[in-house]
Design a protein around this ligand. Structure first.
Ligand SMILES: [Zn+2]
Length: 430
């Protein structure tokens, strides 16, 4: 099923023309209405009218999260607040949160785009959709909520927490589709197992996951334990929220809504645009946002783009599942290592927890990489030989998949969890 055939299956040439027209209008609007962009463009002596092709976008400056923070709260809005009907914000775990606003048209587009993503994930008007994202300033719940209603599905706005009640409602209200983070889906599976419930007895058949990376082994585990078909979706709260990209039933990349966002891939170090197919940081320019347009916004997410048409019929470019964040890259002996890659490796090894700590050091001028991994209780009290088998298996996967040599040290369960605060996944002693 395709929600909006006209745009989702548009010929590449026609799409490029549409993007160019919308880009010209966006650049003109931000130049006129947002002093941050006027100053930036003037500083570089570029005028929005000079843009003749999509390629010219490369000459425009990038926007960073820091720029948004410095304009906190409303400095980068392109319209006065009387035209804004909704305000959301990012969590602001580190530093000030970023604020984004929506006009009535923005909300209309947002619902359309999340309806596309939900439809691509298999959700129809016959589904009962349980949303377990937090309803509040965070964009996830409201964005997908309105898209699901637009499709005509029955929406249960559960919000987060209270796992026992989530499961009870799932059972009694006959939920068919779960919208959550992938880790919460696993938590639900574990809860049901511990309570002696069989997920097969539920009506659940679909899962739409987002809010955090969902590596392939994690998806497989969710599908096997909950007996559902799981798809991944991608959003950026500053840019819109969910609705930026979503997987189709082919599960071969996330279709990015190019009629509303122009994607570019840059090298996070040199900031140069990379050719199609190359891996790098995703940069997005909004094409329809009225209240909060963004030009070349650095998402910090690492991915690559595939512009070939998909066998599902959609022509929208597909972005690879996000590998990690450019701020999290650890460069060891010149090789990029992402914490998310380490997680996927560990999830494929029997007997270990996905809890780990990476320790990078430099000995006599050479980088060293040590990975401490928690093992299950029963494995920890096992024979030394079995422990050695596990660590050499992980070491081999590091060489094969990431391309670096790592020394693996297995540690007792719960030993990497600090008494308070967040566990430190990477310790760089260089
Ligand atoms: Zn597809």
């Amino acid at each position: 099923m395709i929600w909006d055939r006209r745009y989702e299956c548009m010929e590449r040439e026609e799409m490029a023309q549409l993007q160019l027209e919308r880009l010209q209008s966006t650049l003109n609007r931000v130049y006129r209405n947002v002093s941050f962009y006027k100053k930036r463009f003037d500083g570089l002596k570029i005028l929005p009218d000079e843009i003749q092709s999509l390629k010219d976008l490369e000459g425009f400056p990038l926007t960073a999260k820091e720029d948004l923070r410095q304009s906190y709260p409303y400095g980068m809005f392109a319209l006065p607040l009387r035209d804004v009907v909704r305000i959301h914000s990012s969590s602001g775990v580190t530093g000030k949160p970023t604020v984004t606003g929506y006009t009535r048209n923005d909300l209309h587009h947002w619902s359309q785009l999340t309806a596309r993503v939900l439809t691509a994930g298999g959700i129809t008007k016959d589904d009962v959709v349980q949303i377990t994202f937090k309803y509040g300033l965070f964009t996830g719940a409201f964005g997908l909520h309105h898209g699901a209603e637009l499709i005509g599905a029955s929406v249960i706005p559960m919000s987060t927490g209270n796992t026992a009640k989530q499961v009870l409602i799932m059972q009694d209200y006959k939920t068919t589709a779960l919208v959550s983070t992938p880790s919460y889906a696993l938590l639900l599976a574990r809860y049901m197992e511990a309570e002696g419930m069989d997920p097969k007895n539920l009506s659940l058949k679909l899962g739409l996951f987002g809010g955090e990376p969902c590596p392939e082994p994690m998806r497989r585990e969710i599908e096997e334990r909950l007996f559902i078909r799981a798809t991944d979706n991608y959003g950026v709260s500053e840019v819109m929220g969910p609705g930026v990209a979503g997987e189709c039933e082919r599960k071969n990349g996330l279709h990015l809504n190019e009629d509303h966002f122009i994607p570019e891939i840059i090298d996070p170090q040199t900031l140069k645009v990379l050719p199609p197919g190359a891996e790098g940081e995703l940069v997005l320019t909004t094409l329809s946002r009225e209240a909060f347009p963004l030009v070349r916004y650095r998402t910090r997410d690492i991915t690559s783009l595939d512009f070939s048409p998909c066998s599902c019929g959609r022509t929208l470019a597909r972005m690879k599942k996000v590998l990690g964040r450019s701020d999290d890259i650890i460069i060891v002996k010149g090789v990029n290592v992402f914490p998310s890659q380490v997680e996927s490796i560990l999830m494929e090894v029997e007997g270990v927890e996905p809890r780990y700590q990476i320790i990078v050091d430099r000995v006599e001028g050479v980088d060293t990489l040590e990975v401490r991994v928690e093992v299950h209780e029963r494995v920890f009290s096992d024979e030394i030989k079995n422990l050695q088998n596990i660590s050499s298996k992980i070491e081999r996967k590091f060489r094969e998949i990431i391309g670096v040599t790592a020394k693996v040290k297995l540690v007792a369960p719960e030993s990497l969890q600090p008494r308070e605060g967040k566990a430190q996944k990477v310790v760089d002693r260089r």
